[in-house]
Design a protein around this ligand. Structure first.
Ligand SMILES: [Zn+2]
Length: 282
């Protein structure tokens, strides 16, 4: 112990801590720019109290929101060879994976959980957009197959919550192969007559929309979520027309018969329970 560790270091740590905590005390809503106290944002399930914007939600928080807490089990993902094409753009793909893994503490852009939703057994497959934009590569394809196999083994429903920019370009053709792979996996579930529910969250686009994400028995979506294949600008340039403001939003898709319900986050567990109860009794 000396003057530096005794006096200076505690003051310095307090100063640094104060700056960091101030930085995360307030969050700016991505939709209406309202400043929101972060604890208030957390307690409101990351939904803006002013405009109802449904912000990203961490996988752990989503899991706790939907599954009965004491029943949650983690289903481990299989590890695979990381970079079979030895791909490099501005950075090496293997480096991008390392960065994403350190940032998210996850193996890839997806997690599988098993548990009860108000006593209904369910396998839950969640995408993490913060892991390389929730992009679908071989690992994500493997996870979808594993989630289906787990649901068949447990004889229960599968609930997928996508949040993805589409295929992972760093895996080239191998990422596109995950589209038919995931479709075949979902068909296996349907052959067993097990319920498959999709809760579309913001954004669900590209190859994910063009495969397993639009094959549910029931499609729910979060308010305001962008759901589509090609982006708005590409479509506008192709068809040479101005598209409506709410084009590719959940509410627009509901109006045009592409999805079944738009459900606010606070009501999702209740509504999914009703759906699972319905499947159980029929
Ligand atoms: Zn807002």
């Amino acid at each position: 112990m000396n003057w530096i560790t005794d006096k200076v270091l505690p003051k310095f740590k307090a100063l640094v801590k104060k700056e960091n905590s101030e930085e995360v005390l307030w969050i700016k809503c991505k939709s209406c720019d309202q400043m929101i106290f972060h604890k208030e944002h957390d307690s409101n399930l990351n939904v803006c109290k002013s405009c109802g914007y449904h912000d990203f939600m961490k996988i752990e928080n989503r899991t706790k929101l939907l599954l009965d807490e004491e029943t949650i089990e983690n289903v481990k993902l299989n590890k695979i060879e990381d970079d079979p094409l030895d791909f490099k753009d501005l950075k090496k793909y293997s480096d991008r994976l390392k960065i994403a893994r350190n940032k998210t503490n996850s193996y890839d852009a997806i997690s599988i959980k098993y548990g009860l939703i108000n006593k209904n057994p369910c396998v839950l497959l969640l995408f993490d957009f913060s892991f390389m934009g929730g992009s679908m590569g071989r690992s994500v394809g493997d996870a979808i197959i594993k989630a289906v196999d787990t649901a068949i083994e447990k004889n229960c429903a599968l609930l997928i919550i996508p949040s993805s920019g589409g295929a992972r370009m760093q895996e080239g053709i191998l990422s596109l192969m995950q589209m038919p792979r995931s479709v075949v996996a979902i068909q296996k579930l349907k052959d067993k007559c097990l319920p498959y529910i999709v809760l579309l969250s913001n954004p669900t686009t590209g190859g994910v929309t063009a495969s397993f994400a639009m094959l549910g028995d029931i499609h729910l979506a979060e308010p305001g979520a962008v759901i589509g294949f090609a982006g708005r600008r590409v479509i506008e340039e192709t068809v040479k027309e101005k598209l409506p403001d709410d084009f590719q939003k959940s509410e627009y898709l509901l109006e045009h018969g592409m999805i079944d319900r738009v459900v606010e986050r606070k009501n999702q567990k209740k509504e999914i329970t009703q759906i699972l109860d319905f499947f159980k009794s029929n």
